[in-house]
Design a protein around this ligand. Structure first.
Ligand SMILES: Nc1ncnc2c1ncn2[C@@H]1O[C@H](COP(=O)(O)OP(=O)(O)OP(=O)(O)O)[C@@H](O)[C@H]1O
Ligand SMILES: O=C(O)[C@H](O)[C@@H](O)[C@H](O)[C@H](O)CO
Length: 166
């Protein structure tokens, strides 16, 4: 595979950080959590239970794309919600060879995983707005969708093998 540039995407609680980290290890690539690229004002908003707007997200999405494009020869996996098609296009503007792995789960499963998680700034109450904003990865976009109703190992292996053969 040429230098992998991968965005692990999906709503809050879908496992982007967990799977992204494992996938990077499996591909021998660097891992970055896109949450670390949010300006403090965005994090403060989410922590207060207020959904981000498109205007809040544009500079962050550009930073995600630039970070991918500027990554080293080993490539990079970045965890980033990238909920809408236009958001993914903004990332591709900066990093045209990037591919997406969408983590796809039912609202019930997501709610359970978010509820069980401790010490994260994102409140479960924001899941509904995340799901309302989500535009699933379409067949003509670069990447794959992976169901999350199975173990972390299985999800990571499915994503890694799909990325290797494409
Ligand atoms: N396949 C899985 N099976 C069981 N639990 C999982 C699985 N994947 C992730 N989790 C757990 O679900 C929770 C949410 O995962 P994680 O924090 O990685 O999601 P996220 O998409 O990065 O969330 P956010 O966008 O809010 O940061 C965590 O507690 C994680 O340990
Ligand atoms: O676009 C968004 O609304 C944000 O990126 C959120 O998805 C958070 O970053 C993340 O999910 C919480 O950790």
């Amino acid at each position: 595979m040429e230098r992998p540039l991968v965005v692990v995407m999906g709503v809050s609680g879908s496992g982007k950080s967990t799977i992204g980290h494992r996938l990077a290890e499996s591909l021998g690539a660097e891992f970055i959590d896109g949450d670390a690229l949010h300006p403090p004002a965005n994090v403060a908003k989410m922590a207060a239970g207020i959904p981000l707007t498109d205007e809040d997200r544009w500079p962050w999405l550009a930073a995600v794309g630039r970070t991918l494009a500027d990554s080293g020869p080993a490539g990079m996996v970045i965890a980033c919600s990238a909920l809408r098609r236009v958001y993914r296009a903004a990332i591709l503007d900066q990093a045209p060879t990037a591919r997406f792995v969408e983590l796809d789960g039912s609202p019930e499963l997501l709610r359970g995983r978010m509820g069980a998680r401790e010490g994260h700034f994102m409140p479960p109450s924001l899941l509904d707005s995340q799901l309302a904003t989500l535009e699933p990865l379409a067949p003509d976009e670069p990447g794959i969708r992976v169901g999350i109703d199975r173990s972390e190992e299985e999800i990571t292996a499915a994503a890694a093998s799909a990325l290797r053969i494409r």
